[in-house]
Design a binder for this molecule. Structure first.
Ligand code: AMP
Ligand code: ZN
Length: 503
């Protein structure tokens, strides 16, 4: 008991050292972060709908929250990070009509919906792992929480803020909005929302066009359906997050996150559901990540402009000159603040790769530095500014610029233009460990697999042989080498800057 108390005090003391400011969508300002029950912290992030491969846009959002999770943990919080898997209830329209995204895929592929769910959940985890994103503490699924979703719907009906019509349960937005601010996240006017709502199927069943379904009656051909007090059906998309966040983090928790595209509908409805259910707004801080774009347009599967992570790693895409390692891509994402849009391009990736390599080269140089001279305040100032950058709404681009100050210092000492003491070297090591490896989650080159020196040597040899065959106009041999490498899942690309390869 006593030891526990001491530990908690130490942690609290630690936490008071870092004043963290977070941009809260609820107040549209940067606010000083105060956890409900420090050092414990609850964070819920809307996870993927597992009906297809995650694209890089999805990855950007999850990597942004990975860095937030890592930094909160680094400064001493004991974070329970819940990120759900949407495996039912997310309809094609993102509303109450259309087919379930997973069922549709299952029918097309002639598979069980749960086979689709399994395939893309495993794929999602593999990709996150390649990007070195930490797994959440709990990864609950919508289908695993049908009862909890029904219980919330029942309570909202009992509280007079939802109604059943012909087996479907609707949330009564008009009634709710009479005593609550329905558009608290967006500040939009209800009349404006009404104007922008299309007349779709099911509208005649709703009391107001803004009402949304908590539970939907299943048509006979619908694949994923469950018995309920209102007949056989399935949950609406928004209620799963209310159910799972409440179950694992309580009625009120610290942080709720997701992409900005979820703000206006999914998160707006989630807050309304929670307040209608228990009278409490679920999270104190709402964080929204901005979109990854291609030529200024949101990357999305439906727009047909999405990139799969594998296409990026192999370079197998018309917009790419070559492949990029997962760590170079991770670094590329962090060069932009999570609340700004990030435009995807081959040139931007190449620039990020160069900067990433420089950061990692400098780490190697750091290992060779020899202490001499007197200690400078510079390294301490760099460490402080790294914390300041992250304390300012997780500002990774500023953090990176501070790390480049460290690089300049390392290079200058290496070139004997300045000196570093043993303490300076130790502090630089610790800056790398804390900010580059622990917080940014970048891995050392030798851990990424790309710089497997034996493989590199073999590849250099093979590509030399191929170049010689080409020079001798022996295209049969050069093509055979390339085809055999492709069979071995090694992609060779003849780009402007020469031949490159990737696994
Ligand atoms: P979904 O699988 O469509 O439910 O999306 C999973 C997550 O990815 C959500 O938090 C979305 O907001 C986010 N997301 C989707 N497209 C993009 C994009 N182009 N850039 C950043 N995040 C995105
Ligand atoms: Zn959600």
């Amino acid at each position: 008991m006593c030891r526990l108390f001491l530990f908690a005090t130490f942690k609290l003391f630690n936490l008071t050292m870092e004043k963290l400011f977070i941009y809260n969508t609820l107040s549209r300002t940067k606010e000083e972060f105060k956890a409900i029950n420090a050092p414990f912290l609850g964070m819920y992030v809307c996870g993927p709908t597992v009906y297809s491969d995650v694209h890089l846009g999805n990855c950007r959002t999850f990597m942004s929250f990975d860095i937030i999770y890592r930094y909160l943990t680094h400064i001493g919080y004991k974070v329970r990070y819940v990120r759900n898997i949407t495996d039912a209830g997310h309809l094609e329209s993102d509303g109450d009509v259309g087919e379930d995204k997973i069922s549709k895929k299952a029918k097309l592929a002639q598979l069980e919906p749960m086979e689709i769910v399994q395939t893309y959940t495993v794929g999602f985890r593999d990709v996150m792992n390649l990007f070195n994103a930490l797994p959440p503490s709990i990864e609950p699924t919508a289908t695993g929480h049908i009862i909890e979703q029904q219980e919330i719907a029942k309570q909202i009906i009992a509280n007079g803020l939802a109604y059943e019509h012909n087996g479907t349960v609707y949330f009564d937005v008009d009634k709710y909005a009479k005593s609550n601010n329905y558009t608290v996240l967006t500040n939009r006017k209800l009349e404006e929302l009404l104007e922008n709502t299309r007349d779709l199927d099911g509208q005649d069943e709703k009391r107001s066009r803004l009402d949304f379904a908590l539970w939907i009656k299943a048509k006979p051909e619908h694949l994923m359906k469950w018995p309920s007090p209102w007949g056989v059906g399935f949950p609406g998309w928004h209620i799963e997050c209310s159910a799972m966040s409440t179950k694992y983090l309580g009625e009120q928790f610290d942080i709720h996150g997701g992409g900005m595209d979820l703000q206006a509908t999914h998160h707006t409805n989630e807050i309304a559901q929670n307040i209608a259910y228990c009278g409490k707004s679920p999270a104190n801080y709402w964080l929204h990540t901005n979109m990854l774009t291609v030529n200024g347009q949101k990357m999305s599967k439906s727009l047909g402009n999405s990139f799969l992570p594998m296409e990026l790693f192999t370079g197998n895409h018309p917009l790419l000159n070559k492949g990029f390692t997962p760590m170079a891509v991770r670094f590329f994402m962090m060069q932009t603040h999570y609340r700004s849009t990030l435009d995807f391009s081959n040139d931007a990736l190449e620039a990020a790769e160069k900067a990433f390599n420089k950061l990692m080269e400098s780490y190697k140089t750091l290992q060779t530095l020899i202490a001499s001279g007197s200690s400078s305040e510079d390294v301490k100032a760099i460490e402080r500014s790294c914390y300041d950058a992250m304390n300012d709404d997780f500002n990774t681009p500023v953090l990176i610029s501070k790390l480049f100050d460290a690089i300049r210092l390392i290079n200058s000492a290496y070139d004997k233009k300045s000196t570093v003491t043993k303490e300076d070297i130790a502090l630089l090591q610790s800056i790398y460990q804390h900010f580059v490896f622990d917080v940014m989650g970048l891995k050392k080159e030798e851990e990424t697999g790309k710089s497997n020196t034996a493989l590199e040597q073999v590849m250099n040899l093979v590509l030399d042989l191929r170049a010689k065959a080409k020079a001798n106009k022996d295209f049969a041999t050069s093509d055979e080498i390339r085809n055999k490498l492709t069979e071995a899942h090694i992609q060779v690309k003849d780009g402007k800057e020469g031949v490159t390869w990737s696994i």
